[in-house]
Ligand binder design. Structure first.
Ligand SMILES: [Mg+2]
Length: 252
């Protein structure tokens, strides 16, 4: 029986700035039903507080201790390993790294830095990596869904730096098993009692599977027809988050 559910945010609870129909009602129903809910996001353009404020404005009653963000995990990784990172991150989350980002740099943190992902900045990052510093990636998503279409995410730039510096990035967000394990541990549930719902077949579904939990793909957000077939066995598929919940928890 499912006792805990992990939700991806963008593309599952909302698209752009619009909540997905029925999602808030479903979350509130689960909350009242005593389910353990966790929300995990690779969103690297907003601080944790901004994410929470936006969720509240869209009608989702979620608390800070239910929300796990990849930028927070990257920041904690740097603190735990006493690293001073050169940060190629979005301007909105720069303040979260201010206390850490001091030369001489002993790491590179890369996220969805948008226009700051210039040749010059990537070349500076390459130089730091070449001195033996680790590459820490907030996520390695290939693309994300904006209001209009799919856009390049940080993943392709992470790959470029991995290729040039001949090292593998430490991914702090999804699909990192460490990230999933941290969140799973907070539920106090056994793995067979936990369900992940996401719209990213690799980040959410494959990541959850590697962490040993069941996962369901939804046809909202960045989902593209056929995504479910990119995994073996194919990912279970639901129209949206409400249908996924009704399928796995029909009695609720
Ligand atoms: Mg998503």
């Amino acid at each position: 029986m499912i006792k805990a559910i992990l939700f991806d945010l963008s593309g599952v609870l909302y698209e752009g700035s619009h909540p997905i129909e029925g999602a808030a009602k479903t979350i509130n129903r689960l909350e009242h039903g005593g389910l353990i809910l966790r929300f995990i996001t690779n969103t690297s353009r907003k601080t944790k507080q901004q994410v929470l404020d936006e969720l509240h404005n869209m009608g989702f009653q979620i608390t800070g201790d239910q929300l796990f963000t990849a930028p927070e995990a990257a920041q904690q990784w740097c603190i735990a390993n006493k690293l001073n990172p050169y940060c190629l991150v979005h301007k909105n989350i720069k303040p979260e790294f201010t206390d850490l980002e001091k030369p001489p740099y002993s790491a590179v943190v890369i996220g969805d830095a948008e226009d700051d992902l210039t040749y010059q900045n990537l070349d500076t990052a390459f130089d730091i990596l070449n001195s033996g510093a680790p590459l820490i990636a907030i996520g390695n998503n290939r693309y994300y869904k904006g209001e209009d279409r799919l856009h390049l995410d940080a993943g392709p730039f992470v790959k470029a730096l991995e290729y040039a510096s001949d090292q593998n990035a430490i991914i702090t967000g999804k699909p990192s098993k460490t990230f999933f394990d941290q969140v799973i541990a907070t539920t106090g549930c056994n793995k067979h009692e936990i369900l992940m719902i996401g719209d990213d077949v690799y980040g959410d579904i494959e990541g959850a599977r590697k962490a040993g939990i069941t996962a369901c793909l939804v046809r909202t957000g960045k989902y593209q027809p056929g995504d479910e077939l990119k995994l073996t066995p194919p990912a279970p598929l639901a129209k949206d988050v409400s249908e996924a919940v009704n399928h796995y928890l029909p009695a609720l």
